[in-house]
Design a protein around this ligand. Structure first.
Ligand code: ADP
Ligand code: ZN
Ligand code: MG
Length: 475
């Protein structure tokens, strides 16, 4: 029997507001436990929440970027459950009237575009963090309590682990473009729960789904879903039933483990939050937010292929991060040739940044410096191999290309008479090879060019060397 996987993702994104969603406590990551708290986020009796306008604005921005309808009227709701990290005994969330609905996000899989529908985006507060100390005590840190979270729920339109990972990556890129979430999976600012079911290929009905929690990397999104699909298919092939349950991904064993079944599921007893008035979003406010929207990755990518004649492959990589795209455009504005700049970024710059675990925003190298380097190559002052060496030095020290070339004496030798001297020297030292060449072994040209480059410490102009070697050998 052939099966098809059905996947829907629920993604929680921590919003980049400075203060929490219902009080003025800081949202900064990494502070000492319980130093960013107040009576409101600690859920003391008698306190009242005040909604953070920026959090609403960020959610609307996201909704617009994901092609959603923005609800002119929406409401908060209480989701009731008891857990030590939830001081009020309920979480303020949204239920039947979320801020955004019915959108989509487009992914590209094997060169084909595919729309994954977005069911809803709502705003809610985060809970605190339980710390289970090895001493046997459990501790609670309430710094995270009340940090604004946006929950983005997809329709079950995803059909493979790879599509799920592409969806997550694209979503992260968009959130970072909008500046509403830093997208840091390791620190938990972007978290994903995956709903997975399988059905016989060709069947129209959905199978029973399980929900996998605790996925904190792109690799694990793929791995966890892959494992879960296999597990479900195996059960069905054995004539067993899938039970609806929540499962935890365990990255050490590479498996999912049952956490709780549907029978044990919470009854949240949702009801409208009486302490907050409904949220009204005027056309005017929406228009103002639309005006402030940055150019989004898909549009930027199209433009890069059209305006700069870049291959789709280049444009995709360059527009993955807004800061990188801006760095590229700055270099082109300063006179760099688009494809040339793109090659330097993709081959050298991204490799070096990757090795250092850095991104372009914390990089010493300025677009103007790369442009200067490409000019030195164009003017034949240095050759391409030397340029790579200079590039690395510029990246590390922040010095200009010209000063590195001067300091290290790297100027390219384009003077024919010097190169001819060296070629003669190489011929004198290798009479056998000269003989073999004269007897028709033309491929030895590479050998002679190599020897000349070696003797000139890579500084000779390879094009001139090549021409002269052929000319002299054939004399
Ligand atoms: P629940 O009420 O169990 O939370 P929802 O309808 O809210 O279910 O959907 C939660 C998530 O599960 C959504 O992302 C949705 O796309 C996904 N989903 C719903 N049904 C299925 C299914 N049969 N298989 C896989 N995913 C599903
Ligand atoms: Zn507070
Ligand atoms: Mg749900």
């Amino acid at each position: 029997m052939q099966y098809e996987a059905i996947i829907g993702l629920e993604v929680h994104a921590q919003l980049l507001t400075e203060s929490k969603i219902f009080c003025s406590c800081s949202t900064q990551f990494g502070a000492e436990p319980n130093t960013q708290v107040c009576p409101i986020c600690l859920g003391m009796p008698g306190v009242l929440p005040v909604l953070n306008k920026k959090a609403v604005e960020y959610t609307i921005k996201t909704g617009l970027a994901l092609n959603c309808t923005i609800s002119p009227y929406s409401r908060f709701a209480r989701k009731n459950y008891f857990y030590p990290d939830l001081p009020k005994g309920y979480q303020i969330s949204q239920y039947e009237l979320p801020l955004c609905e019915n959108g989509y996000l487009e992914i590209t899989i094997d060169g084909e575009k595919k729309k994954i529908r977005i069911k809803r985006i709502h705003l809610e507060e985060d809970a605190g963090k339980n710390i289970h100390d090895p001493s046997g005590y459990s501790l609670v840190d309430f710094n995270r309590t009340g940090v604004p979270l946006m929950e983005i729920v997809s329709e079950p339109d995803i059909r493979s682990p790879k599509e799920a990972a592409l969806y997550m990556k694209k979503l992260r890129t968009i959130l970072r473009y909008l500046g509403v979430c830093d997208g840091n999976l390791e620190q938990g600012s972007l978290r994903c729960d995956a709903n997975v079911s399988v059905r016989p290929l060709g069947s129209q009905e959905f199978g029973v789904k399980t929900e996998i929690k605790n996925i904190n990397s792109f690799r694990f999104v793929e791995k966890a879903i892959e494992y879960e699909i296999k597990r479900q298919i195996k059960l069905l092939n054995n004539g067993e039933k899938i039970i609806q349950e929540t499962r935890l991904w365990d990255s050490f064993t590479g498996t999912t483990q049952s956490m709780r079944s549907k029978e044990e599921a919470h009854d949240y007893r949702y009801f409208p939050e009486p302490d907050l008035v409904p949220v009204l979003i005027s056309e005017e406010w929406k228009e103002k937010i639309i005006k402030d929207m940055p150019e989004l990755p898909d549009v930027k990518m199209e433009r890069f292929t059209k305006d700069y004649g870049l291959p789709i492959y280049d444009a995709e990589i360059l527009t993955e991060e807004k800061s990188l795209a801006e760095w590229f455009e700055e270099a082109v504005k300063l006179g760099g040739k688009p494809k040339e700049i793109s090659n330097w970024i993709m081959v050298e710059l991204l490799r070096l940044l990757n090795e250092d675990g850095k991104d372009i925003t914390s990089c010493n190298l300025k677009p103007s410096q790369l442009v200067e380097l490409t000019h030195l190559v164009e003017k034949n002052i240095i050759n391409r191999n030397t340029a790579k060496e200079v590039f690395e030095e510029m990246y590390k020290t922040g010095k200009s290309a010209e000063s590195i070339v001067k300091q290290k004496g790297l100027t390219q030798i384009s003077d024919d008479s010097i190169i001819v001297e060296v070629i003669k020297e190489v011929m004198d030292k290798n009479p056998k090879e000269v003989e073999r060449f004269k007897n028709g072994e033309e491929k030895l040209i590479g050998f002679f060019v190599g020897q000349v480059m070696k003797l000139t410490k890579g500084k000779a102009n390879p094009k001139i060397v090549n021409e002269l070697v052929i000319k002299i050998l054939k004399e």
